[in-house]
Design a protein around this ligand. Sequence first.
Ligand code: COA
Length: 178
Amino acid sequence: MSKYNITTKRLGLRNWLPSDEAPFIEMCQDPAVMEHFPSTLTPTETLDLIHKLKNHYNEFGYTYFAVEVLDTKEFIGFTGLKNQFWESEYTPCIDIGYRLKKSAWGKGYATEAAQACLQNASLKFGIEEVLSFTTDTNTASELVMKKIGMHYVGTVQHPAIVGDKRFKHCVVYSTLNR
Ligand SMILES: CC(C)(COP(=O)(O)OP(=O)(O)OC[C@H]1O[C@@H](n2cnc3c(N)ncnc32)[C@H](O)[C@@H]1OP(=O)(O)O)[C@@H](O)C(=O)NCCC(=O)NCCS
């Protein structure tokens, strides 16, 4: 049986493995990767995130999947679907998220992985609507949302960025043209 839940031409998306921990800790400590988030993550915070993502996978069958390049088996970050419960007019919902190590940027990987996740969201997981959120500063992330066919629906104050002067709000995209 394949270890991948989803494959694309170049990428394999799967549950998290112990071998992902060290490279994921490294990328979550990279200020460039975390530029549009409140802060970089400590190793403990990153391990806690992996733990939560694995539990989510076990409960729902989907999560922010670990992403591997099929040719090299290199772990490059995550892309996937996750239930969101923080308080706002758009939640609870299921969102799509992506975070890749810097050396993997600019190759179309996020778009390729996210497109496959959206296809699986409806076909495999029966999800009717997927939302996506990113800070108003994150042009690359917003471009990915547009490239995978999502529609702009508005803005929202994510609790994690309230009081952070770098960010005005998060933009919200949906798979549905609301
Ligand atoms: C957002 C992210 C996942 C995109 O990954 P990627 O594999 O480079 O994305 P893609 O190559 O599929 O597409 C990115 C698009 O944004 C463009 N782009 C990249 N950086 C950009 C920047 N700083 N300003 C404007 N556009 C940018 C790329 O040119 C590309 O558009 P194009 O195909 O029209 O040329 C990656 O930058 C990342 O991991 N960032 C850090 C984590 C993060 O912010 N995640 C999103 C949180 S919501």
